[in-house]
Design a protein around this ligand. Structure first.
Ligand code: ADP
Ligand code: TRP
Length: 322
């Protein structure tokens, strides 16, 4: 299988990103040809501060590598380092029906709120289609919210193929597991836009502070509680092994415990869970040349593949000689 996914450098990664996406990327690098990129061109539709974008791009690479993305197994690169994708994007833009893009949710929601949208946001799904088609990807692991964009990609590929001949591989989306809808500190879905995140490599003190502020109910301590419906327990479950998880569940069912104890146990478990990655991240951060080398090597490999596909598309539509 050829796997591909992108993640936007719009802020520091949080627990939701790890358990919902990054962990799966890392698992999929094992038996597949995997391409993962930092989607800085997409981020440009929201991040308009150049220093912030540069820093977030580097931070994203450090985070992914520290968490176990292995450049020997997967190709890791920065989206804008592969200009072939932007060329392919233009080709796909011709022939992309306006109506199809008008139905896409990122643009539709912004417009519904009366906010001004730019052409970058409107054509965002076409760039995403180019990202996917440029590598002949078969499988695209994404969160539920991105499935619509994969459908657009399939539509564009199908229509190009039927007009110009079989050029593109039709990708399938692979929706990342349901159980991984990580709640935030307020119990809603953890998301940067809700300001309820706990970052992966947050300073340990500030992480504990955020955990201590996780919303809990005010029922008396001795009352038994249902673990499954409690987001503090759900968060703890992400880090605990089966035995610890069951022990915590039975504590909930018995009652007579404090949420303070659960929060401390959660903070200790999270600390331990990310300790090794934190250490690796610190080492990598001290060796930026190594990180740039990994990204440059990734970009070379990615360009080789994207160049082949672009040439195929250019020949098929008559902008390159046969
Ligand atoms: P955010 O909502 O914080 O802006 P993104 O939309 O950039 O996060 O998400 C990047 C990836 O992380 C996507 O694949 C998305 O499905 C996944 N993800 C984000 N938040 C969560 C969450 N709370 N639970 C599970 N997966 C998540
Ligand atoms: N739009 C995706 C997101 O916000 C990121 C992305 C860009 C992507 N290009 C992609 C994901 C190609 C999968 C395939 O999460």
């Amino acid at each position: 299988m050829r796997i591909l996914s992108g993640i936007q450098p719009t802020g520091r990664f949080h627990w939701g990103n790890y358990f919902g996406a990054i962990r799966q990327y890392i698992a999929l690098q094992e038996d597949n040809e995997a391409y993962y990129f930092i989607a800085n061109l997409h981020a440009l539709t929201t991040v308009r501060d150049p220093e912030q974008l540069r820093q977030a791009t580097l931070d994203s690479a450090l985070d992914l590598l520290a968490l176990g993305l292995d450049p020997e197994k997967a190709t890791l690169f920065v989206q804008s380092d592969v200009p072939e994708v932007s060329e392919l994007c233009w080709i796909l833009m011709t022939g992309a029906p306006m109506g199809l893009l008008e139905r896409c949710h990122a643009y539709k929601e912004k417009k519904a709120k009366g906010a001004p949208a730019d052409a970058g946001l409107f054509t965002y799904p076409v760039l995403m289609a180019a990202d996917i088609l440029a590598y002949d990807a078969n499988l695209v692991p994404v969160g539920e919210d991105q499935v619509q964009h994969i459908e657009v990609c399939r539509d564009l590929a199908r229509s190009f193929n039927s007009h110009f001949g079989e050029v593109f591989v039709l990708p399938e989306s692979h929706v990342l597991s349901e159980s991984a809808k990580v709640p935030g500190t307020d119990g809603e879905k953890m998301s940067k836009s809700y300001r309820n995140t706990i970052e992966l490599f947050e300073d340990p003190k500030s992480m504990r502070k955020k955990i201590s502020r996780i919303a809990t109910d005010s029922r008396p301590m001795d009352q038994p509680k249902d673990p499954e419906s409690d987001h503090l327990y759900q968060l703890y479950s992400l880090f605990a092994d089966t035995a610890d998880r069951e022990a915590m569940a039975s504590t909930y069912r018995q009652g007579g415990f404090s949420y303070g104890m659960v929060k401390k146990t959660l903070a200790d478990a999270a600390d331990q869970f990310f300790a090794e990655a934190r250490q690796r991240r610190a080492e990598l951060a001290n060796d930026p040349d190594r990180v740039h080398e990994i990204l440059a090597d990734g970009a070379n490999r990615a360009r080789r593949k994207a160049g082949e596909v672009l040439a195929r598309a250019q020949q098929a539509c008559g902008i390159r000689s046969l």
